[in-house]
Ligand binder design. Structure first.
Ligand code: MTE
Ligand code: MO
Length: 368
């Protein structure tokens, strides 16, 4: 399963990606491939798009920095690379829709793709610190948010508009967000936002704006559809087609989560069984424990946690267990270093757009 199946899929991706949509391209990594390495290959990395991917020649690209700044800047790729210190951050990217399929099982979520465990991946991102660029522009008093604007126009927004979002100034001025031009030490690919994108470690992927061409410092969050209306936890009985700006809880930092990558549900063989997966903690917290149960939570085995590649990455885990004959429900759950535990039931988290499914993952295996 881990063997390369080539890169014959769309956008140079492996043929074993689970493709939700071809245009705009939406595809997730096959679970076995995700389980196989701490750093996700670009050829296997999920991609989430709301419109057609722009084709921008590096020489034609500029980034403007304006709004509540002392000096507006217009940066070329060359200026960015030469005038600021290059840095690399290994960070996990996770879509707010990761694991949505588990919420759809509770109640249908029309119009949203049923992402499974693979709308997540970990890469080494290289670029410059967002804060270095903001500092060189001089953030003015009264600024509270930093908005990112991209050129890709999304028909999914109402009204149709270019993709954009924002993060709070404190996160923007922290060490981890990047304006990145490389992913796993190769120039960023077109589908991942070439020539440059924002990477906001610890935040839902939606904030890591690809093909970014403007950074606007302002005194409120972005009014872009994907900040003001989408990527929000609406109340369970809200009609998402009626949602307007400011409705629901805006998602930024993600919460404690984990999923099982191996085995897959279906037929298994009684005897030694390895269960493997990943866990992520909320920002400034760490994954402290992952447990696996073969008896619906009556007893728990401790999984072995791998050392994370960095402060902003997932922790992969595995547990060696004995699969009994018959039907077994395998459940996993993660705890963080504050003692918080994932919520148990997807039904308790169900929300009309199907975001942030952080419930205990489970699957069923039966022996022949
Ligand atoms: N310009 C732009 N940036 C974007 C998006 C988009 O559609 N357009 N999708 C966002 C979402 S929802 C996610 S999860 C990540 C996915 O990044 P990837 O395709 O590089 O994995 O990009 C984010 N940045
Ligand atoms: Mo996303």
């Amino acid at each position: 399963m881990e063997q390369s199946s080539g890169e014959s899929g769309p956008w140079g991706k492996r043929a074993d990606m689970l493709v939700h949509e071809v245009e705009p391209f939406n595809a997730e990594t096959a679970p076995g491939v995700l389980a196989a390495s701490d750093i996700t290959a670009v050829s296997a990395f999920y991609s989430r798009n709301h419109g057609p991917a722009p084709l921008i020649e590096p020489a034609d690209w500029t980034l403007s920095v304006d709004g509540l700044v002392e000096r507006g800047l217009t940066l070329t790729l060359e200026r960015l690379r030469e005038d600021y210190e290059p840095v690399s951050v290994t960070a996990t990217m996770q879509c707010a829709g990761n694991r949505r399929a588990g919420l759809i099982e509770v109640r249908d979520i029309p119009g949203e793709d049923p992402w499974r465990a693979g709308a997540i991946g970990t890469a080494r991102w290289t670029g410059v610190r967002l804060r270095d660029v903001l500092t060189s522009a001089g953030v003015r008093d009264g600024a509270t948010d930093v908005a990112f604007e991209a050129p890709d126009v999304s028909e999914l927004a109402s009204p149709s508009q270019p993709y954009g979002s924002s993060i709070g100034l404190a996160k923007a001025m922290s060490a981890e967000p990047l304006i990145a031009w490389a992913m796993n030490d190769r120039p960023l690919g077109r589908i991942h936002g070439a020539p440059a994108r924002i990477v906001v470690p610890g935040y839902i992927g939606a904030r890591s704006v690809k093909w970014v061409q403007r950074i606007h410092v302002q005194d409120r969050p972005s009014d872009n559809y994907f900040q003001a209306t989408a990527y929000r936890i609406l109340e369970p009985d809200a009609d998402p087609t009626e949602a307007g700006p400011g409705d629901g809880i805006s998602l930024g930092p993600w919460s404690l989560n984990c999923d099982i990558l191996e085995p897959r549900s279906g037929v298994g063989r009684a005897g030694p069984l390895e269960v493997a997966g990943y866990a992520v903690a909320a920002e400034h917290r760490t994954v402290a424990r992952v447990e696996v149960s073969l008896d619906a939570g009556a007893t728990w085995a401790q999984a072995e946690l791998e050392e994370p590649a960095g402060e902003w990455t997932w922790r992969r885990w595995r547990a060696r267990l004995e699969l009994p004959a018959g039907r077994t429900v395998i459940v996993a759950r993660a705890w963080d270093d504050s003692g918080a535990l994932q919520p148990q039931e997807p039904a308790s988290l169900w929300n009309p757009k199907g975001y942030a499914n952080t419930s205990w993952p489970s699957l069923e295996i039966h022996t022949p």
